[in-house]
Design a protein around this ligand. Structure first.
Ligand SMILES: Nc1nc2c(ncn2[C@@H]2O[C@H](COP(=O)(O)OP(=O)(O)O)[C@@H](O)[C@H]2O)c(=O)[nH]1
Ligand SMILES: [Mg+2]
Length: 312
């Protein structure tokens, strides 16, 4: 399951515009609130030069980059299922393009909104758990106690991110998630221009830009914020990039490719992407001793090319 980023921002900051720029999804952008309160969901491709070079080396017929799931929800529905509260990180967009724009002030307002939303959320959860805990369920009674302490902590003026212990897993706060900020406008990233360029072929779009896309950098920062690493599977049918969290194992890698491969896991052949490029082939890499055989618990490193040997 791909990791998920939620876009947050004040109304008309350019959330949907940024969403389109990132995902090429072509969602409707309007100057007024949409009547249909539904979330936009799309995938933001992680640009990857290493993958392209591996695909070229092997002559893969298909190239599939890794991607991050992006959701753009209407401002009024932070609690939409599958929306912001389930996101692994948040991407804030602030208006830096309109007349009299105040990006710094808007960011403060947005952060305050999230603090208030989280506090309401704790209160609502507390009410629900108080009712449900009457059944005597020990788990719920424990959560009730914990939530009462958390609320007291908030009422004392402290932030949820300053809570010293574990929070109830069901809480899914906004203010404790990693937050990346994009200023939409000439002082940051021109999201409207990027959205328009997203509709062009990549080569065409590149001609309009002086350097690499500013959005590529945003996706790269998201990747780091989420603690993602990328591994590769390469063959003549397909060269593909996959994401894992830092610290995940060869078995997790197998599981992301296919549950059957994980079930029948024997060994993983692992080679660094640059070693493979340098050697020119798996055979030569093996000859030079650069291809290793690893077991299920091997901790995958960013840039590993992995081939799982499995038996069903
Ligand atoms: N001039 C300009 N207009 C923008 C830019 N980004 C968004 N807009 C406009 O601002 C309005 C709101 O954008 P939208 O992405 O729907 O904002 P949202 O409410 O945060 O989702 C639309 O009319 C957009 O065309 C920008 O970078 N420059
Ligand atoms: Mg919108």
């Amino acid at each position: 399951m791909a990791l998920q980023v939620g876009i947050v921002g004040l109304p008309n900051a350019g959330k949907t515009t940024l969403f389109n720029a990132l995902t090429h999804a072509g969602a409707e952008v309007t100057a007024y609130a949409s009547v249909v309160e539904k979330a936009n969901v799309g995938m933001a491709v992680i640009p990857d030069d290493r993958l392209d070079r591996l695909a070229e080396l092997v002559g893969s017929r298909k190239v599939t980059p890794a991607a991050i799931r992006v959701v753009d929800v209407p401002a009024t529905s932070a609690d939409l299922p599958g929306g912001l509260r389930q996101a692994d990180a948040l991407l804030a967009v602030v208006d830096g393009f309109s007349d009299g724009a105040d990006p710094a002030g808007d960011l403060e307002s947005l952060k305050l909104e999230m603090v208030v939303a989280d506090r309401d959320h704790v209160e609502r959860r507390l009410e629900k758990v108080r009712k449900d805990a009457k059944s005597g369920d020990p788990g719920l009674r424990k959560e009730l106690e914990l939530l009462q302490e958390v609320l007291a902590h908030l009422e004392a003026g402290a932030a949820l991110s300053e809570w010293p212990g574990e929070l109830p897993p069901a809480l899914e706060p906004l203010t404790t998630k990693p937050l990346l900020v994009v200023e939409n406008g000439p002082g940051g990233i021109d999201c409207k221009l990027e959205m328009e360029l997203a509709e062009l072929e990549p080569e065409e779009a590149a001609e309009f830009r002086a350097g690499p896309s500013a959005l590529d950098e945003v996706v790269g920062r998201l990747k780091d914020t989420l603690g993602l690493i990328v591994f590769y599977t390469v063959g003549d049918t397909e060269a593909r990039a996959w994401t894992l969290r830092q610290g995940q194992s060869a078995l997790d890698a197998a599981e992301s490719v296919h549950s059957d491969i994980a079930r029948g896991f024997i060994r993983a052949e692992v080679i660094r992407w640059d070693d493979l490029l340098e050697c020119g082939s798996h055979v030569e890499a093996a000859r030079r001793g650069l291809q290793r055989l690893e077991g299920k618990t091997y901790v995958v490193e960013d840039g590993d090319v992995i081939n799982v040997r499995f038996n069903l």
